[in-house]
Design a protein around this ligand. Structure first.
Ligand code: URA
Length: 237
């Protein structure tokens, strides 16, 4: 198995995270520091270490968190702010799948399964995200049409897949869907047209909805649910 895949399976993070650890010279195979992530390891016989500590593969866990405000979507924070990891009591090395801003609330998956995290966040798979957005002023109908048709944002054509006003006569509140995972995508889309997002809540990510989970709480997901998502995507394209 390739070294980066093995490290992700040991729960050290997503492929990208583990590639950084390899580049930093923190991984040894049979006592030798390895800097090439395509190195093949023999899972049965090779001794793989991280900072000198022997690794073994972990069982995979999956959590769906309703992220509250004021919590950062990383595993550690230099400024000692509370992280999403602290909301889930486990000894396993889980990490967030993608990210939500500090003050964004809603659906966030956490896992120690690096492959599944890559699968969900890879742009090729186009997993849908649904957000409820509160703006600083009413969104006018022409701007709404532009945002679904497509605008140029940072030299790339960008659009929401769908948009609706979920409440009658309330034009500051908008529900949008997108398969974009770019950082601050929703806020940047609106700010391109001069709106500020004052509240952002993710209702759904890749079919995982958080309407039954209170803010700050989580639900442990069954492995079979995860397998279903993978199959559906492969069959459905
Ligand atoms: N888009 C944003 O601007 N912020 C988030 O937290 C998620 C999507």
């Amino acid at each position: 198995m390739r070294l980066n895949k093995y490290l992700a399976e040991c729960g050290l993070g997503s492929r990208r995270n583990v590639e950084e650890l390899i580049e930093q010279g923190r991984i040894q195979v049979n006592g030798k520091t390895i800097m090439d992530f395509s190195t093949q390891v023999d899972v049965e016989n090779d001794v793989v270490q991280f900072d000198g500590e022997k690794l073994k593969t972990e069982s995979k866990v999956y959590y769906l968190l309703n992220k509250p405000k004021g919590v950062i979507t990383t595993t550690k924070d230099d400024k000692h702010r509370k992280t999403v990891i602290e909301l889930i009591p486990t000894n396993l090395q889980i990490f967030p799948v993608g990210r939500l801003d500090y003050n964004t609330t809603g659906a966030l998956l956490l896992t120690n399964d690096g492959d599944f995290s890559n699968f969900l966040t890879h742009p090729r798979h186009n997993f849908e995200r649904i957000y409820l957005v509160t703006l600083d002023r009413d969104l006018d109908a022409a701007h709404k049409a532009m945002l679904t048709k497509g605008i140029i944002m940072e030299r790339r054509r960008s659009r929401f897949l769908s948009m609706e006003y979920p409440k009658r006569n309330l034009f500051k509140l908008v529900r949008v869907s997108t398969s974009e995972g770019r950082n601050h995508f929703v806020k940047r889309m609106f700010s391109t047209l001069g709106y500020q997002v004052v509240n952002l809540h993710r209702e759904e990510f890749a079919g995982f909805r958080i309407d039954k989970i209170p803010l700050g709480k989580y639900q442990k997901l069954d492995r079979t649910v995860i397998e279903q998502i993978k199959r559906k995507k492969i069959v459905g394209g």
